[in-house]
Structures are given as structure tokens and as C-alpha cells.
Design a protein around this ligand. Structure first.
Ligand code: ATP
Ligand code: MG
Length: 271
């Protein structure tokens, strides 16, 4: 079996004002080409750290992080990235944002942008500016931009976390369709267990401090998945049970948990 992404003994220690912080430890993971994998776990368990390593945005971890068998040394057009915030250029049109990373002659780039706009259901918005879009539309543009260079791998860090429930489900469905039609390998970080059950073939459950793989939960339900079905509920319950039994709070923000964001010793410094 060929492997699209692999981590071997991946670990990461951050230096903080309060000393060394072991964020991720001994993560082994193989992801097959075209597979849809979700990464879930409580806040601060190292999901984004792992995703940034796979993206090539952080290469200072230990162990091996490979794409197609080659060590990842930096960001690459073969791995598209989508974050919680759309990160579009506000001074550029939707079409310019999507086409920013494209090469080739102008007509070809325009054709590709039109194709991508259709793919994410935003025909007619080529000349709009990010400030004129709703949050869900802006995230669609961000997905189109990530897909523009036809990457093999799509890496998503809570891409729908800031959206309302209705928009989130619509975008989950859109992401599913794109994944199914384009055979990309998808790695999705999410806090939302339903999102993981709706989309993923495998859900990697992480334990916090340091972030370690607790187990990998397989979801064999056919697509499109019926969110109201009993089998969907079984998978949801199994995953929720992971957190309830772990002695840690479930992966939703609660004012009464020791969230890393309230702990001054674990301050985050985003690149
Ligand atoms: N650049 C950094 N410098 C110092 N500490 C960091 C840095 N990035 C992450 N950390 C710490 O590493 C741990 C894991 O962080 P990470 O962002 O990967 O968690 P996460 O699972 O994505 O959390 P969330 O669900 O809240 O996004 C946290 O304790 C965090 O404070
Ligand atoms: Mg994160």
C-alpha cells in the first residue's frame, strides 16, 4: 500500500517563558492516498501542531514527517491549506485570491478560477471582495484557493469552526463532494465530533499534554452519511465516550476547564 502522509515518532517541544512545553509526543500515523482522516481531541492537545508539521509550516519537530515517502521540509503546492479564518487578501477580488498561486497564461488561469468558483458554488462572485462575502462564502473561497494548484493533499484546521450550524453542515457537504470527486487526501482537524463522523473514514483521537494518539476510530458508514441515523449516533457516542472516560473535558470550550488559553505558561505564538 502506498502512503500519502506519514508521521513516525513525531514530537514537538516548544520553548515558552515558563520553560519547555511538550506539546506532542511519539505520534505515529499513516494516511493512504485519497483517505479522509479527522484529528480530534481537547483544546491544546496538539492538533494544529501536527497539522502545521504536515503542512511544512513547522519543521522543528522530532521524528519523521513525510509526504509520498519524502521528508517534508517546507510548504508545498501539493498540500493545500485551509484555516479557521479565511486568510484572504482583502484588497484582492475573489478571482485574484483564488488564482494567486496559479501559473500559466491568463486565459488558462481564468478558466481554472471559473472552474473552482463553480466547484465551491460561487459562480458570479469572481469580482466580489472578501469584505462583501459572508463567513461561509469566504471559507468557500479559501477552499477554492487551496484547491487551485490541484493539490494531492488538503489540510484543514477547524475550517468551519467559526460558522453557524447551518452553514457548517452545508460546507461539510461541499467538502465531502470535493473530496469524493477529486480523490484528494484530506486531513481535517476539528472540535466537532459530528463533523468528524459526517466526513471521515478514520478519526484519530488524541490525548492532551503531551499530545499522543489514543486510538484510531474507523467509520465504515457509506456516503452521504445520514446524520440522523442510529449508526451515526453510535459513532458519535463512541467518540464522545473517549473524552468523557479520559478524565479530561469533552472537546468543546467550557469556562470551567483548564483551557491552555487561560494558562499563562502555555502562551501561543503563531507564526
Ligand atoms: N508556537 C508555540 N509556542 C509555544 N507553545 C505552543 C506553540 N504552538 C502551540 N503551543 C502549545 O502546544 C500545545 C498544543 O497546541 P496546538 O495549537 O497544537 O493545540 P490544538 O489541539 O490545536 O488546540 P485547539 O483545539 O485549541 O486549537 C498547547 O499547549 C499550545 O499552547
Ligand atoms: Mg488548533
Amino acid at each position: 500500500m502506498s502512503i500519502a502522509l506519514s508521521l513516525r515518532g513525531y514530537g514537538r517541544t516548544f520553548t515558552t517563558p515558563a520553560g519547555a512545553l511538550r506539546a506532542v509526543d511519539g505520534v505515529d500515523l499513516d494516511i493512504a492516498p485519497g483517505e479522509f482522516t479527522a484529528l480530534v481531541g481537547p483544546s491544546g492537545c496538539g492538533k494544529s501542531t501536527i497539522l502545521r508539521a504536515v503542512a511544512g509550516l513547522d519543521t522543528r519537530g522530532e521524528g519523521e514527517v513525510c509526504a509520498g515517502g519524502d521528508p517534508i521540509t517546507g510548504p508545498h503546492a501539493s498540500r493545500g491549506l485551509v484555516f479557521q479564518e479565511h486568510r484572504l487578501f482583502p484588497w484582492q477580488s475573489v478571482a485574484k485570491n483564488i488564482g494567486a498561486g496559479l501559473r500559466g497564461d491568463r486565459a488558462a488561469r481564468e478558466r481554472r478560477v471559473a472552474e473552482l468558483l463553480e466547484l465551491v458554488g460561487l459562480e458570479g462572485f469572481a469580482d466580489a471582495y472578501p469584505g462583501q462575502l459572508s463567513g461561509g462564502m469566504a471559507q468557500r473561497v479559501a477552499i477554492a484557493r487551496a484547491l487551485a494548484p490541484a493539490p494531492d493533499v488538503l489540510l484543514l484546521d477547524e475550517p468551519f469552526g467559526a460558522l453557524d450550524a447551518f452553514t457548517r453542515i452545508r460546507l461539510q457537504d461541499a467538502l465531502h463532494d470535493i473530496w469524493a470527486a477529486h480523490h484528494v487526501t484530506a486531513l481535517l482537524v476539528t472540535h466537532d465530533i459530528d463533523e468528524a463522523v459526517a466526513l471521515a473514514q478514520r478519526v484519530v483521537v488524541l490525548d492532551p499534554r503531551p499530545g499522543r494518539v489514543r486510538r484510531v476510530h474507523e467509520i465504515d458508514l457509506p456516503y452521504p452519511r445520514d446524520r440522523a441515523s442510529a449508526r451515526f449516533a453510535e459513532h458519535r457516542a463512541a467518540l464522545l465516550g473517549d473524552f468523557a472516560l479520559s478524565g479530561h473535558s469533552p472537546p468543546t470550550d467550557s469556562p470551567h476547564t483548564d483551557s491552555p488559553h487561560t494558562d499563562p505558561s502555555e502562551e501561543k505564538h503563531h507564526a
